[in-house]
Design a protein around this ligand. Sequence first.
Ligand SMILES: [Zn+2]
Length: 327
Amino acid sequence: MNAVEQPELGEYGHAGDDHVVPFQVGDLDTRGRVVQMGPELDAILSRHAYPQPVSRLLAEVVVLVALLGTSLKFNGKFIVQTKTDGPVDMLVADLTVPGSLRAYARFDETRLDVAVAAGETKPEQLLGNGVLALTIDQGPQTQRYQGIVALDGASLEDVARTYFRQSEQIPTDIRLAAGQQVLPGGNEIWRAGGIVAQFLPDAPERMRMGDLPGGDGDEIDPEAAIDDAWQEARLLVGTVEDLELLDPTVGSERLLNRLFHEHGVRVYEGVELKDDCSCSRKKIETVLTSLSDDERAESVEEGQIKVRCEFCSTEYAFDPAQFAGAD
Ligand SMILES: [Zn+2]
């Protein structure tokens, strides 16, 4: 694309960093969301100060929860969690409607050092085998909805595609990217981005997805069964480069314009994302009250009960006397 054709940033709107931008491509019966994350993501990751490969993985999980959680039409929480047997054995990110995000990772330092020294830092190598769980939690009075997919040596993108195929039966494509940007002066900040596109035609029979390779219908060409419109949308999403998802001078709207301008793309008002943990002194007080004296005694350090929020590392201190005889 030459300079004449390249629209100015902002010409098609510019929600900016940390806004999920919903879109619709009329000609292709495709809907989706795009996000570029900057300062809010950097705040979440910097606070934890995890080793770089761990932060990168967690950044992708944050983008995934941002893209999927902002589709919720009711109050609640969307949780993405991995549980695997690799050096990084747990990644958790959740979004509380409309756009409050938090996240943390758990990893084995020794195993991570060994993996990094051996150059085995691909996501599938750090995660290992296990599961990815997507949970929708609408509060204590309602049933939790949970979908679980195997995470066996696949990237988070691949696993998300599998999830939508198996659990939602909606043809879905997704791209995720995360990386560090060097600012003038040498400081590095985390950025990440992603796009999710779903094929939602009026006629449900057009949503056929073909057979998985190795499935029962091996003799059928899996591509042949896919609707032309979705074929085109998927092809276009497949051209999205990591840099386009990370570079703030590209912007979500300009990326959408590049992908879909020939097919009538419309952009809707974005959802603002915030580094905003839902922990509070009161909530932790409630948990401590429900414990026995013995259980509480285990948390006493230097005469105080100290509780650290895993998500945001905020430390809360209480006087043990406050809970005496509470149980
Ligand atoms: Zn917290």
